[in-house]
Ligand binder design. Structure first.
Ligand code: ATP
Ligand code: MN
Length: 467
């Protein structure tokens, strides 16, 4: 056995040197057969396609063939032959088969047509299925596209910390990091926990965003992007929220909000184009099995400009819809934070294309966003997508020290550990902008999957941290 070098199935299926001796290894999808011949569909994860292995029953021990069940791992030596019936150009006529790992009879991925909920409960094995193989190959390709895009555009890949002591953004949503003995917490006279003896000597958490450090990078290197894990302890059990997700955060000096919007649109289109060019087999599968309008939607996004309008204009459209009898679960009026149903109305029903909404009320946006002259709205921009709602949130940043401080004081944001952030506005401040793209939301869009738990290998959500 194994005198021939292994060929990955993705390469094997393109070969035309019929008669060659080959070796393939992989997991058995199915074995069916007659008295004289067995057909084994083999997959090694390199492609959604299986290779058909043909085994003449008389050449193999019946006991060996019995071990070749769905899920078993085998190594096959054989001859590459032209195929007529397998759906591929080639198949392998087996000369020797070695069972590398048999598969116990309670293999959870045996039956076809299980629900996604069932798959999540077996997330360790769902990776072996066609759907999840396709999703995670596409996820890989999107990561490559992102790095390639920013590299081509002169952005520096910038690593921001995972553990942070800044609690100015969404304090209630942060996961604390501590090495203290939770059974014996030190408290001061007022009952506050004393962090001086903790690992970092102060309270620390997992990051909710790399943006603030990203701004330090942008105002030195010109343009940076982060691409890393992000943690939010928000108790939102939705198909679009994870407690641990990956975020891409570009931050650019000398970009105003229009430059920022142009970048966001160009960047997303680049990723979608990359998927269409590099993930054809997987997309074709998902289009057929998961969402029949997927490919159409991907092409549509590429071919159309995103609709740009202000929050105020968006509210007017929504109010008009309500006057015309459209029902929403949550009320709409100027000043409210848009719910996903509102965002999707604008995208899917009104404009029928991606939307970039700008100039939100300052009350519903973060302290660092640049104030408009009206004193009421800030230069925020959210990119809203069909089926998903918000896929990107960003803004031009407030570059003026006094205005930034005024806002911080107004909101009573605890800045004692944030002196370094304020220094960007003291030492050579400059106009700058940036945004955050939720990686899993991009993957949702590109794969047509419906639930964010199904586009990350091992999802973390409230009450779920299995695997
Ligand atoms: P949402 O309103 O959907 O909760 P957000 O306004 O809290 O999002 P931002 O803080 O602007 O989001 O984060 C930037 C991007 O990160 C969002 O546009 C979204 O794509 C993604 N994102 C935010 N929260 C989550 C989450 N819990 N799980 C997955 N992706 C997320
Ligand atoms: Mn949120």
């Amino acid at each position: 056995m194994n005198t021939v070098k292994r060929t990955r199935i993705v390469e094997l299926l393109t070969r035309e040197d019929y008669g060659a001796t080959v070796n393939v290894k992989g997991w058995v999808r199915t074995r069916r057969g007659s008295k004289s011949v067995n057909f084994i569909a083999l997959n090694d994860g390199s492609t959604i396609k299986n290779v058909q292995v043909v085994a003449d029953v008389e050449k193999f021990d019946a006991e060996l063939l019995k071990l070749i069940t769905t899920g078993a791992c085998i190594s096959v030596d054989g001859t590459l032959v032209q195929s007529v019936g397998s759906g591929q150009n080639v198949e392998v006529q087996a000369t020797a088969i070695e069972v590398l790992g048999t598969c116990a009879s309670d293999y959870p991925m045996q039956k076809k047509g299980q629900t996604f909920e069932y798959m999540r409960q077996h997330a360790h094995m769902r990776l072996r299925t066609n759907t999840f193989g396709a999703v995670f190959r596409i996820r890989h390709h999107m990561a490559m596209a992102i790095h390639q895009y920013f590299h081509e555009h002169g952005f520096v890949y910038f690593h921001t910390p995972i553990i942070t002591a800044s609690d100015c953004e969404g304090a209630g949503q942060m996961f604390q990091v501590t090495t203290q003995n939770l059974y014996d917490l030190k408290k001061d006279e007022e009952g506050h926990i004393d962090y001086s003896g903790d690992f970092f000597g102060k309270a620390t958490s997992l990051t909710v965003s790399g943006q603030l450090e990203g701004e330090l990078g942008a105002t030195a290197l010109g343009a940076i992007y982060t691409f890393g894990p992000t943690f939010r302890a928000e108790n939102s059990n939705t198909p679009r929220h994870l407690a641990e997700f990956w975020m891409i955060e570009p931050e650019m000096a000398f970009y105003d909000i229009t430059d920022n919007m142009d970048l966001a649109e160009d960047f997303i289109k680049y990723c979608v184009r990359w998927a269409l060019e590099n993930c054809q087999d997987d997309l074709a599968f998902l289009n057929q099995m998961i969402d029949k309008t997927l490919l159409e939607r991907l092409h549509f996004v590429l071919e159309n400009d995103f609709q740009r309008l202000t929050y105020t204009e968006g509210i007017e459209i929504l109010e008009e819809a309500v006057r015309n009898g459209r029902k929403f679960e949550f009320p709409v009026s100027w000043g409210v934070d848009l719910a996903s149903e509102h965002e999707r109305y604008l995208v899917e029903e009104h404009f029928k294309r991606p939307v970039i909404l700008t100039d939100y009320p300052k009350e519903i946006k973060a302290f660092y966003m640049k104030m408009n002259d009206d004193g009421k709205t800030v230069r925020a921009m959210d990119v809203l997508f069909p089926q998903i709602g918000e896929i990107i949130g960003g803004s031009e940043r407030e570059a003026d020290y006094d205005k930034l401080m005024a806002r911080i004081n107004e909101l009573e944001i605890p800045m004692k550990d944030m002196w370094w952030y304020l220094d960007t506005r003291r030492f050579g401040s400059c106009p700058h902008s940036g945004f955050g793209l939720g990686f899993e939301r991009l993957i949702l869009f590109v794969t047509g999957m419906q639930n964010i738990r199904d586009v990350i290998p091992f999802p973390r959500t409230p009450k779920t941290a299995e695997f």
